[in-house]
Design a protein around this ligand. Sequence first.
Ligand SMILES: [Fe+2]
Ligand SMILES: [Fe+2]
Length: 158
Amino acid sequence: MAHVEWTNALSVGIEAIDNQHKRIIEYANKLQDNLGDRHAMAEVLEDTIEYTESHFGFEETLLEEAEYPYLKVHRRIHDLFIRRIEEYKKRFLNGEDIGKELHDSLVHWLIKHIKSEDANYSACLIAKFGKEEAEMAEKKKIWLKKSWFARLFGDGAH
Ligand SMILES: [Fe+2]
Ligand SMILES: [Fe+2]
C-alpha cells in the first residue's frame, strides 16, 4: 500500500483538527516504513497510541463544549478504537507480527472516521466557535488544561 496522502476531502474545516489528523496519518505512514523493524515499530506504536488518545481527548473536549448532541456515540467509537489498537499492542508485545494488519486497520478506520463521524461534527463546531483558528486557539487555552494539551500545542509544559 502506498503512503496515505492528505487531501482536502479529509478536511473537517477546522485547522487544528485537520493538523492532528494529518499527524496521525503521518504515524500510519511511518508504521508502514518501519514494517519488519520491531524496535522502530515499538516506538511508532507507542507514539501512535499516545497521540491518537490525545487527539480523541481534544475532539471530545471541543464537542462537549459545543454541546454536540452525538458526543456520547462519538466517544464510544473513539473508545472502541483505542481498545482495538491496544489489542494490537498486546499482540505485538507477545511477539506477533501485526505491523501490516495494524497499519491497514489504522488507515481504513481513520479515513472512514474522519470522512463520516468527524465530518458530521464540523458544522456544529464551526457554528459554535467560528472558523477562525486564532479564535479557537484562544478558547482552547481557557478550557483545556490537561497534560495532553501541552503536548499538542507546545504550551511550554511537557
Ligand atoms: Fe478525529
Ligand atoms: Fe473523532
